[in-house]
Ligand binder design. Structure first.
Ligand code: ZN
Length: 136
């Protein structure tokens, strides 16, 4: 490992994805789940593996949502007023949040699960899908 000059002895805490080399700044996924302290892969590399061979595949989108007392509402579909009314949340308590939502969907079909989220990172969004629908 090369240390940049002047940074001798500095400990690099950033993990790199063993598949694509991308820096894993948030949560990583185990490259081999049978090795709990093994190499990590990034969420983009985990995405096609998480539900490999299954009809429904994970889909993760980044965007803004309205945070209400009754969950999140997509800002592209709902106005702040609509989200407040539908959720029964006072308008001044409905706030816009930026994050990642995830669902399973079948490419070319209308089959899809409800969107989950919003989550702070795409890795969290993917992990939530695995927690909800993964069967291993
Ligand atoms: Zn990767």
């Amino acid at each position: 490992m090369n240390s940049p000059s002047g940074a001798k002895g500095m400990i690099m805490l950033t993990e790199k994805c063993v598949k694509c080399g991308a820096e894993i700044t948030g949560d990583g996924f185990l490259a081999d789940e049978s090795k709990p302290y093994g190499d990590l892969i990034c969420w983009k590399c985990k995405l096609p593996l998480a539900f490999a061979g299954e009809f429904m595949q994970p889909q993760i989108v980044e965007g803004d949502s309205w945070d209400t007392d009754n969950g999140y509402y997509d800002c592209e579909i709902f106005t702040q007023e609509d989200a407040a009314e539908d959720s029964g949340t006072p308008l001044d308590e409905v706030t816009k949040v930026h994050g990642f939502c995830a669902r399973l969907s079948a490419n070319g079909y209308l089959d899809a699960t409800e969107w989950q989220g919003s989550y702070d990172t795409p890795a969290e969004a993917l992990q939530a899908l695995i927690d909800t629908y993964g069967d291993d």
